[in-house]
Design a binder for this molecule. Structure first.
Ligand code: ADP
Ligand code: MG
Length: 347
């Protein structure tokens, strides 16, 4: 939120396009055997033995992120993470990404360096090769488009359409934190506008703010499931909110479901911040989005393998399609599940 007046500002035009690409990508090391040729030619060359998974996400300034509280390094990191999350949701291993970026001349070289530092960190932690991209100018804001590539054994890939009646509905981690982190950041931004000397105290909100600014993709859960020898019958990652992702799974699998309100995993910081903002925590978990947790279904036979795991919560049961989709509330009433999505939710 605070602009550092002493920060160095090197004009992008000083480097030229090729100088810029070289400068930003010089630290990237190739780690995967499947990457035959990375950055530097007209196209990258890959060689896979398995099935290939490909996914893309486009992040647009002031639609998907707000630079007044999103540090550029985090933005670079998050732009990779949101794509890896989609690869893991196929039960695949993420191996490569391409990164395309459009910037207006209000961004100096140092801004791009920060974005690439975040991309590099994500690539290191998640063991990904950055194999190419495109760099161009924009008249308005900043755009980042990442494409992620992964590989999966044919017998291991998991789609959205495999859920069966009586399967268990399972979610990793906890929900609603990224949305509540955003509420805190938006509030602090308004406070800062009124009084720029007012330094925000984010200490009570560290977990939820981090979930918004620096999300992680659940590579660990894919490994965990593989170690437990559990193959989900269907899977999706939670980018738009639990409710809409459940609806996607059920629609594509032609099934219904009962979701239990009292089983939805919530961090204590989400509960306390919801109280402070006077918002219902279940509504936040259902519609908040940007959790990047994995939602999946497993056969009841697999229950003993997952029940004791602190990373996984059984939150419901798959039903016949004709039974519909319902939330079973804490008061034990049954109400139809609705998806608002976080964009509509905000208005
Ligand atoms: P072309 O004009 O053939 O598209 P470019 O000059 O755009 O080639 O790119 C040269 C090389 O640099 C290619 O390997 C491309 O994938 C890579 N590259 C370009 N922009 C980026 C970027 N923002 N991040 C990573 N690699 C990039
Ligand atoms: Mg190009």
């Amino acid at each position: 939120m605070i602009e550092d007046k002493n920060q160095q500002r090197t004009q992008l035009s000083d480097l030229g396009e090729f100088g810029l690409i070289d400068h930003l990508t010089k630290n990237f090391k190739i780690k995967h055997k499947s990457t035959i040729k990375g950055i530097g030619d007209d196209a990258a060359v890959l060689d896979f033995k398995k099935q290939i998974v490909v996914t893309t996400d486009l992040l647009v300034e002031s639609v998907h992120f707000d630079l007044s509280y999103m540090p550029l390094k985090h933005l670079g990191y998050k732009s990779v993470i949101v794509n890896l999350s989609d690869v893991y949701a196929m039960n695949a291993e993420a191996t490569q990404v391409t990164v395309s970026i459009a910037v207006s001349n209000r961004f100096p070289l140092e801004a791009l360096e920060a974005i690439y530092a975040g991309i590099e960190t994500a690539a290191k932690i998640y063991n990904i090769d950055v194999i190419g991209g495109d760099t161009t100018s924009s008249n308005t804001g900043l755009l980042i488009s990442v494409t992620a590539i992964g590989e999966v054994d044919k017998s291991k890939s998991v789609y959205r359409n495999g859920a069966k009646p009586n399967d268990l509905l399972v979610v990793s981690g906890d929900l609603g934190a990224a949305y509540m982190g955003l509420q805190v950041l938006e509030r602090e931004k308004e406070v800062f506008k009124v009084n720029p000397n007012n330094q925000p105290d984010l200490e009570p909100y560290t977990y939820i703010v981090e979930r918004q600014l620096k999300p992680e993709a659940r590579k660990d859960v894919i490994k965990l499931l593989s170690d437990l020898e559990v193959k989900p019958t269907s899977m999706i990652d939670i980018s738009d909110g639990l409710s809409s992702e459940i609806m996607h799974l059920c629609k594509q699998s032609n099934v219904g479901c009962d979701l239990y309100e009292n089983k939805i995993p919530l961090d204590p910081q989400v509960i306390s911040t919801c109280e402070e903002f006077n918002i219902d925590s279940t509504t936040v978990a259902l519609n908040g989005g940007e959790d990047y947790e994995l939602l999946f279904t497993v056969s009841q036979d697999d229950y003993p393998k997952i029940k004791a795991n602190p990373n996984l919560s059984v939150i419901g049961f798959i039903k016949e399609e004709k039974e519909g989709l319902h939330l079973i509330t804490r008061a034990d009433t049954k109400i139809p599940l609705k998806a608002q999505g976080w964009k509509n939710f905000k208005d």
